[in-house]
Design a protein around this ligand. Structure first.
Ligand SMILES: [Mg+2]
Length: 273
């Protein structure tokens, strides 16, 4: 039985900016590109979320929803420095870390003996240290596998901890909405709803054969997850299979050739990150 902690900094870029300028703490702020550059929201704080603003929303739309929104360009070098500090705190607990992004990671603490081997106490200690030493908050989820740890870290966000013990897995999963399953996007959710499948308990009532018929390979995955089973190990190294980067252009790139010309710069800036 594994012990996994999923750590996720709360509105990371915005949290760093609020730490460095407390005047930003209670007002809606968004980090991202300017309207003139057709920028999008990378991160926003909770006061901004109350206006319905979220990541990937065009900044122009965000400003329509909240005209007094404070837009901050963002400082990726600074965020990377902060992320390194946070990950150094994780590494004091375990070397078995799988980063998912700058501010998110799985930690396998199955063999860790600190804190009497309690993953809950480890997660609390991490949260306390990040808050005290770095000045931002981390939400954490503790569970016997990656699937549930990731859901748990989101459960009591922001600045929250949620623990799903092995005894609690079954009850937790049964009531879980299928929309919470990683990989279930709006279209799959709609299809599931059409089959009258809303919770993992509903999923369990269907046979593996039926789920595979309906959803192909993902049907098998749905079947496993509906029972709270996820055997994926925490991977400290991963082979890069794709890269992604975000860039909004002030002017459209109208032709394939124009797009092609932009590619080398995008790829090189990404690979050296
Ligand atoms: Mg985060």
């Amino acid at each position: 039985m594994r012990k996994i902690i999923h750590c996720d900094c709360d509105c990371f870029f915005a949290a760093v900016e609020m730490r460095d300028n407390p005047a930003l703490g209670d007002i809606p702020i968004a980090i991202g590109g300017s309207v003139e550059q057709r920028g999008v929201v990378a991160t926003c704080n909770y006061p901004a979320r109350e206006f319905g603003i979220h990541s990937a929303m065009p900044m122009a739309q965000a400003l329509k929803r909240c005209p007094h929104l404070t837009v901050i360009r963002g400082d990726m070098a600074k965020y990377k420095t902060v992320a390194r500090q946070v990950f150094a705190i994780y590494r004091d607990v375990t070397e078995l870390i799988e980063p998912l992004s700058l501010d998110e990671a799985f930690l396998d603490v199955s063999e860790v003996t600190q804190h009497h081997g309690s993953a809950t106490l480890m997660a609390e200690a991490i949260r306390e240290r990040v808050s005290r030493e770095v000045g931002i908050t981390v939400s954490a989820g503790v569970a016997p596998n990656k699937f549930l740890a990731k859901i748990a870290s989101d459960w009591n966000k922001p600045d929250g901890l949620c623990v799903i013990t092995p005894d609690e897995v079954d009850g937790f999963v049964q009531q879980l909405s299928v929309k919470k399953i990683n990989g279930v996007g709006p279209r799959t959710a709609e299809k599931l709803a059409g089959l009258d499948i809303h919770t993992c308990a509903d999923l369990r009532a269907r046979t593996l054969t039926e789920l595979v018929e309906q959803f192909g390979r993902f049907g098998r995955r749905l079947h496993e997850l509906s029972w709270g089973c996820d055997e994926r190990p925490v991977k400290t190294h991963r082979e890069r299979k794709s890269i992604s980067t975000e860039q909004t252009y002030a002017q459209d790139l109208p032709t394939l050739e124009a797009c092609r010309l932009e590619l080398p710069a995008l790829v090189s800036c990404r690979c050296f990150n």
